[in-house]
Design a protein around this ligand. Sequence first.
Ligand code: ZN
Length: 104
Amino acid sequence: MPPNYRRCVVCRKIDHKSAFWRIVRLFPSRKIQLDEGMGRSAYLCPQESCLQAAQKRDRLGRSLKAPVPPEIYQLLYQRLSAGKSETPAGATAATAVASTSVDS
Ligand SMILES: [Zn+2]
């Protein structure tokens, strides 16, 4: 993987880290917060499908090996609704769904 590229914990898409939300479990306090701090991090696409799946399947909690407080999800949902106009028609979400449902 090229430097500064990361993988979404839900859909496994690889992109530059600036394209993702970063959720960090701080070291050594184990506090979970967004964007900044030293510690274990998980990356998530800023889109509804990945956020919903992350919450439903506890993907962030598993990746961080710590429970993710509901406030974190609330903050991400707020960001989602705040930034909705920037996302063009959800094209990437539709592609991801189509490619993962082939074998069912
Ligand atoms: Zn994703």
